[in-house]
Design a protein around this ligand. Structure first.
Ligand SMILES: [Zn+2]
Length: 268
């Protein structure tokens, strides 16, 4: 009996760890085909693709920080803005893809003549699509804004496994701990992860394949190779569009001079 008594604290600790582990996975990846909030599944895939490819606007098919976001009116399916991580370009460490998109959309809404109170109300009708699960900073901003939905592709866990430094707090934890906000945010994870995961796999792993339009090359002065754009990457990506999408008018177009936040304007 004394032997088992000695084991009891260990068993209790194991039980606690297993409970904590289960809690961290309260929100499993979304199932293919789900139509929630009256949004058809194929539109979720469409907007995730737009978010995933937001970095193309900066001329970067294989960037070091491939985080892109698209903000969409959940009900009307209207794209408000698209933006990509701009930390390296600006030197502002808060310019993650989601934060850059929130600022870009704020400018779009201001230019449309919305007053600050109207802008604050507008976020509650919007879905934020992002190819990588939001970090604690971005998820907090998303909750402060009151977005109707947050939809992501690749999980923080997968991004970390790819060698990138992360703050190991799942966005579902931020969601759970912001219960007193007075507004709900639906979270869907793992959307189109088969297309978003490769964007995060190659930067720190020389054996990982490069995204479409990129090729692995040695860089002068560096000991490891990196994925770099092929000269014809734009043509490669345009050719990648399935026929039926081109037929439905979703072909790539040059960036709109009117709204610089729509990197690759698509007709939908
Ligand atoms: Zn972030």
């Amino acid at each position: 009996m004394a032997f088992f008594q000695h084991l009891l604290p260990g068993i209790a600790l194991l039980a606690l760890l297993s409970w904590a582990s289960a809690s961290a996975h309260l929100h499993p990846p979304s199932q293919h085909g789900l139509s929630i909030n009256d949004v058809p599944w194929h539109r979720r895939e469409h907007w995730m693709r737009v978010a995933n490819e937001a970095t193309y606007a900066d001329g970067e098919p294989c960037p070091q920080a491939p985080f892109g976001s698209a903000i969409v009116n959940t009900t009307s399916d209207e794209l408000i803005c698209v933006a990509a991580n701009a930390v390296g370009r600006t030197g502002d460490p808060t310019m993650h893809g989601e934060m850059t998109a929130i600022r870009a959309c704020h400018e779009v809404l201001s230019k449309r003549g919305l007053s600050p109170p109207e802008i604050l109300r507008a976020w509650r009708d919007f879905s934020l699509y992002t190819n990588g699960e939001p970090c604690p900073m971005c998820m907090s901003a998303i909750r402060w804004a009151g977005f109707k939905e947050i939809v992501y592709g690749t999980s923080i866990e997968t991004i970390a496994k790819g060698g990138r430094n992360q703050i190991y707090i799942p966005s579902s934890d931020i969601l759970a701990k912001s219960y007193s906000m007075g507004h709900m945010t639906l979270m869907l994870g793992g959307i189109l992860a088969n297309e978003t995961d490769p964007f995060f796999a190659h930067q720190f792993n020389e054996s990982a394949p490069c995204p479409a339009g990129c090729q692995r090359k040695d860089t002068p002065g560096k000991r490891v190779s990196s994925c770099q754009p092929k000269p014809e990457w734009r043509e490669i990506i345009q050719q990648r569009e399935p026929e039926e999408l081109l037929d439905s008018g979703r072909a790539y177009r040059e960036p709109s001079p009117v709204n610089t936040f729509w990197p690759w304007q698509r007709l939908s």
